[in-house]
Design a binder for this molecule. Structure first.
Ligand code: GDP
Ligand code: ZN
Length: 452
């Protein structure tokens, strides 16, 4: 399969703004001829070997110098997109970049859409859809763990697993189709039994993939933590301790944190986003009321809740009961703060900390991570699902498998079973983009940046 788009596309591949150099990317069947029209060097780029770099000048329509540049030549199919491609490294001025891109448009290129280079790589069969999505994840990743996860997906770990399952399904359905061709009446009991066992195994593997989603999502997007507690227990102080900067307001007057303050910390390669809520107590103050609603939203959307108490006011049962109406109890960590004031406190809690001295805070994060991810660990080389689109496809595949199993149990005609198996296979195929509508593709690549 080799689909060549007629258009030559161009975009700035490096971040816009001032930098030492900028890289402009051009791709398309005629991209090399096109760059030759604006480039003056020792040789014509069409005569250059693939994967070679050439020094020269980019010249405008009046034959004046725009910039001296280095040009890398990639010839189809040995390029990122699978098409002829060029990368121009120019000086990092945004004016130069603008002029070069305008010049390339003058001679026939057009501006690339977001993610269009990667979309072409997908359409040309260089990578599958799950791998293309991993490219976006790599660009967006901010922690070591998320980078590793995306890297594995780009390397094809998930795709291989999905393909293995698809092949197993194709095997099972051909067993049935074979029977259909030969059997005059009912399918033979033995082969149905065999298919049933195969389907059970496939379903087991699909379930295993589905069960990695929570882990995968958290590795990719991080852990959302709501900080809840009565005024003055030290929510802002805890946040400040973590961030080692004074952005949250620390005050002796209760109730000064009216807005939800959101901060991100990277601890052991995992991103924690902490939300300091205004508290969920009843209040007459309109602004505070608004804050309270937002607090409830925040609590509902978070993976874990730190329920903060302090040694002075003790464990707040009333607030705890209320908190449990908004979130599952096993997501709540009972924490007591200010143990520097009373190291032997008998207050009922899971973790004791001091936002002043930092005592217990490492433990707190270990517990946070355990609550969010669970004790399940995955090897570096396991296929992990981190994308909701993939999860959805897996769930649909599982449903079709269930239907097929049901049909077998009810001794329905083999055609019914075969149809369900084919549907299950095609649901799995969506993950890697075997069957994908334009809408889905556009939706995926729209989220990329321009130049990727
Ligand atoms: P919030 O209303 O829950 O955000 O509480 P704050 O963070 O504003 O803290 C209230 C008061 O408790 C401030 O005076 C803090 O300095 C003090 N405080 C917070 N954490 C500790 C702690 O661990 N030890 C001590 N001794 N004081 C603390
Ligand atoms: Zn506060």
């Amino acid at each position: 399969m080799f689909i060549q788009d007629e258009d030559t596309i161009v975009a700035l591949a490096t971040a816009s703004g001032v930098g030492a150099i900028s890289v402009i990317r051009i791709s398309g069947e005629k991209s090399i001829e096109l760059v030759d029209e604006v480039f003056s060097g020792k040789i014509k780029l069409v005569d250059a070997h693939t994967h070679t770099i050439h020094y020269g000048k980019i010249i405008d329509s009046k034959n004046e110098l725009i910039d001296d540049v280095l040009v890398s030549v990639f010839k189809a199919p040995h390029s990122y997109t699978g098409e002829n491609s060029i990368e121009i490294s120019s000086h990092g001025s945004s004016l130069i970049v603008k002029k070069i891109i305008e010049r390339l448009i003058e001679v026939g290129a057009r501006l690339a859409e977001p993610g269009e280079f990667t979309k072409r790589a997908f359409l040309n069969g260089r990578i599958d859809l799950a791998q293309a999505e991993a490219v976006a994840d790599i660009i967006n990743s901010r922690t070591e763990a998320s980078l590793r996860g995306a890297r594995n997906q780009l390397d094809g770990l998930l795709s291989q697993k999905v393909n293995f399952l698809r092949n197993s399904l194709i095997n099972s359905s051909s067993l049935i189709e074979l029977e259909l061709d030969f059997a005059e009446e009912d399918l033979e009991f033995v082969s149905l039994n065999k298919v049933m066992n195969q389907l059970q195994e496939i379903e087991f593997e699909i379930d295993k993939l589905i069960s990695t989603y929570n882990f995968g999502r958290i590795i990719k997007d991080g852990i959302n933590v709501a900080l809840v507690g009565k005024p003055n227990v030290g929510k802002s102080s805890l946040l400040n301790y973590l961030l080692k900067e004074k952005r949250a307001i620390v005050s002796e007057i209760p109730g000064t944190t009216r807005d939800i303050i959101r901060e991100e910390v990277n601890i052991d390669g995992i991103l924690f986003t902490l939300y300091d809520t205004a508290g969920i107590r009843e209040t007459e103050d309109v602004i505070e009321k608004e804050g309270v609603n937002r607090s409830v939203e925040t609590i509902k959307n978070s993976d874990v809740v730190i329920f903060l108490n302090d040694v002075q006011s003790g464990f707040s049962n009333k607030l705890f009961e209320k908190l449990k109406t908004y979130t599952n109890e096993d997501r709540i960590i009972k924490v007591v703060n200010k143990i520097d004031l009373d190291p032997n406190t008998k207050i009922n809690c899971e973790v004791k900390i001091s936002a002043k001295t930092g005592e217990g805070i490492d433990t707190l994060f270990k517990v946070l991570k355990e609550k969010a991810i669970g004790s399940e660990t995955y090897s570096e080389k396991s296929a992990i699902v981190s994308n909701i689109r993939h999860l959805d496809a897996l769930k649909r595949a599982k449903q079709f498998l269930e239907n097929a199993k049901e049909s077998i149990k009810e001794k329905l005609s083999g055609e019914f079973i075969a149809v369900d198996l084919r549907n299950a296979e095609s649901a799995l195929g969506e993950i890697i983009g075997r069957v994908t509508s334009d809408d889905i593709l556009n939706n995926i690549f729209m989220k990329f940046c321009i130049g990727k």
